[in-house]
Design a protein around this ligand. Structure first.
Ligand code: GLV
Ligand code: MN
Ligand code: MN
Length: 388
């Protein structure tokens, strides 16, 4: 199997010294889609676009619902190579593998490319699959803005089409292969049981911009202090609950060395095994930020930007796949995926490929070629089982 050869075809696209920059509807991500269309063409797969930026390449298309696999090309800022693209390259190779085995599927087999899974450009995770499934209104999505103020409608060339029940009805099951993103998998391949509920909130801290040299310490209304306290409080509150809280993005105005900031915006990412724990965690962080704001003479406002409920994958499909693959491990993940969105509409499963370091959303993310090849074989086994 030519895993390395196909993988290397896309390795340079969007690669910067600091990691991958493959934001949705930017030049590198569009180049990856062009590459995908060419790969589909070489395999005689019929490509369709759903009006939401998602691509589907069908082998053996017919009126019968088909088995769908695939993932996303877009990356987080300065991300790794595997999160997303591994599922697409593996899907193309799994089609090759099935053909090499002489398999003639009784139902269609599709390879999907979902748009803006990371939400790194427009803030809403799994945007393409949310549009497809009607989980977000096209007008609301169209109005989302990136960091440069460009709307999604401008980036994507129009208002998305939104809910496509006709297309969903043509999917009998969806299986997404993805690199595992922690250290939970100690063998080459595993099967997902669940995705932790999670969300992103923007926290705006407003204070009074003023001179760093002349403003008495007692006169200040410094939102940076409220922000700094909130970062520590989020970490503590998450630890107390066995949950995860991260503030990994911040913007400061005016961002000057010699000025007390007027405004700080930060983004809280909160996750836990249980939705009530996420709610409780966010409430606790909000309460502590507000208390501190009273002390600092600042103001705090929390705005949800992306919410993902708990996903429990289809149990029968999960068990069938785990057994078909010889009893591979079944594990939950704290990472979000389009499979989580699709799972509310079609029987859905995920395959994970071992991540030796457990690092992800970082240029250090990696997987061995041998494990990736195992992943392709496993995916081909699963597709053969489900499509024949
Ligand atoms: C996406 O990978 C996420 O978990 O945020
Ligand atoms: Mn991903
Ligand atoms: Mn990711």
């Amino acid at each position: 199997m030519e895993f390395r050869a196909l993988w290397d075809e896309i390795a340079a696209i969007g690669k910067e010294p600091t990691g991958y920059l493959r934001y949705a509807w930017t030049e590198p991500e569009l180049a990856l889609r062009t590459w995908f269309r060419a790969q589909a063409g070489q395999r005689d797969l019929a490509v369709e676009e759903d009006g939401n930026g998602n691509l589907f390449a069908w082998w053996n298309p017919s009126a019968e619902p088909g088995v769908l696999t695939g993932s996303h090309f877009d990356s987080v800022p300065h991300g790794g190579a595997y999160d997303g693209p591994l599922g697409i390259v593996s899907a193309l190779l799994a089609v090759d593998e099935l053909r090499a085995r002489g398999v003639r599927p009784a139902r269609p087999v599709g390879v999907a490319v979902f748009a803006e899974e990371e939400g790194s450009r427009f803030g809403l995770a799994c945007l393409g699959s949310r549009l497809l499934t009607g989980a977000v209104a096209p007008e609301a999505a169209a109005a989302l803005r990136d960091r440069d103020g460009v709307t999604l409608a401008e980036a994507a060339g129009g208002v998305p089409k939104g809910h496509r029940p006709d297309l969903l009805a043509r999917i009998s099951s969806f299986v997404e292969l993805h690199i595992e993103q922690g250290r939970a998998l100690t063998v080459p391949v595993g099967v997902a049981s669940a995705i932790w509920p999670h969300g992103r909130w923007r926290i705006d801290f407003a204070g009074e911009g003023n001179h760093a040299g002349t403003t008495l310490m007692s006169d200040r209304h410094d939102p940076m202090l409220t922000f700094a306290y909130t970062v520590l409080a989020a970490n503590k509150e998450a630890r107390l609950r066995g949950a995860h809280a991260t503030i990994g993005r911040v913007s400061v105005e005016p961002n000057a060395t010699n000025a007390i900031p007027a405004r700080v915006s930060a983004w809280l990412d909160a996750r836990a095994a249980d939705a009530s724990v996420v709610d409780d965690l966010v409430a606790a962080v909000t309460a502590r930020a507000s208390e501190r704001a009273t002390r600092d003479g600042t103001r705090v406002q929390l705005t949800p930007e992306s919410l993902s409920g708990e996903t429990a994958f289809d149990v029968a499909l999960r068990d069938r796949i785990a057994e078909r693959l010889g009893g591979v491990p079944v594990l939950a993940t704290g990472a979000g995926h389009d499979a989580g969105v699709l799972s509310a509409h079609v029987p859905t499963a995920m395959l994970f490929v071992r991540n030796p370091s457990g690092v992800s959303h970082s240029p250090a993310e990696t997987a061995s070629d041998d494990d990736c090849i195992e992943g392709v074989r496993a995916l081909a086994d699963v597709l053969e089982d489900l499509a024949c």
